[in-house]
Ligand binder design. Structure first.
Ligand code: ADP
Ligand code: ADP
Length: 225
């Protein structure tokens, strides 16, 4: 069963004269374990598609399912935005632990799970640091750990590295590729950087802003390190 299924999905914001056709119609299956990258120009509907998969919005027409279910925010997937959106005055561990609490993980199990999640994103030993003390790149790693909390094996990322400097971005891309390709999690990643797409993706989908233009769907078969 596909991790994500998008069937004849179109999305329109607003009504009547102010209606904005934002996406589609588009159909897409994301098999489990795939690292799908959505690319395309600004305004082509990338964020909209991600929001529909996250369950933040319901599509105007068509159907989105995640592991066969209608998506609910925070249930099947974790989302990483361009800005990390953490609690800055709390510790790194508390930020991740809170996500585990929301996911229903018993208190006694949380410290070990926090350590394990931080280890996965390259942040071992930082649980006691305050968020405001760590760098922007480290904060984005915390956001990734939080998104993976509670066995949500679908990671949705909306230009997560766009605000970072080039060196930090490259490090995070390498680590995210490792997380995505080694742990068997499924990822849908939005970017307008073709370079980033080619580095991360096992498959690239190119959206167009023009209705009726065929969406390009490219399997990527690059040597993996
Ligand atoms: P992308 O992520 O590819 O830049 P978006 O999904 O953000 O594209 O936007 C697609 C289109 O929908 C754009 O024309 C955008 O202005 C419009 N749009 C996005 N969100 C809203 C919203 N909440 N209300 C109205 N229009 C929106
Ligand atoms: P990003 O490119 O980082 O996703 P955007 O500026 O495209 O940020 O969008 C930020 C938020 O504003 C999103 O929730 C998007 O849906 C919404 N948005 C985008 N375009 C419009 C629009 N024309 N009208 C209202 N909301 C919009």
């Amino acid at each position: 069963v596909a991790a994500v299924s998008v069937r004849d999905v179109a999305h329109v914001y607003g009504r009547g004269g102010s209606a904005v056709r934002a996406l589609g119609p588009i159909s897409l299956d994301v098999p489990a374990g795939e690292f799908l990258v959505l690319v395309g120009p600004s305004g082509c509907g990338k964020s909209t598609l991600l929001r529909l998969i996250a369950g933040f919005d319901r599509p105007t027409s068509g159907a989105v399912t995640v592991r066969g279910e209608v998506p609910e925010p925070g249930r099947q997937s974790g989302v990483v935005f361009q800005q990390p959106r953490l609690f800055p005055w709390h510790t790194v561990g508390d930020n991740v632990g809170l996500a585990l609490r929301y996911a229903g993980v018993p208190r006694a199990e949380r410290p070990a799970r926090v350590a394990e999640l931080l280890d996965r994103v390259g942040l071992s030993g930082t649980a006691g640091r305050r968020v405001w003390e760590i760098s922007g790149g480290q904060q984005q790693r915390v956001a990734m750990a939080r998104a993976l909390a509670g066995d949500r094996d679908l990671l949705l990322l909306d230009e997560p590295f766009a605000a970072l400097d080039a060196l930090t971005r490259e490090r995070l891309q390498e680590d995210l590729r490792r997380v995505g390709h080694e742990t068997g999690s499924t990822s849908v990643f939005v970017t307008h950087s073709v370079d980033e797409a080619v580095f991360l993706a096992t498959r690239i989908v190119v959206l167009s802003r023009r209705p009726g233009v065929v969406t390009l769907d490219l399997p990527v078969d690059l040597p993996r390190t």
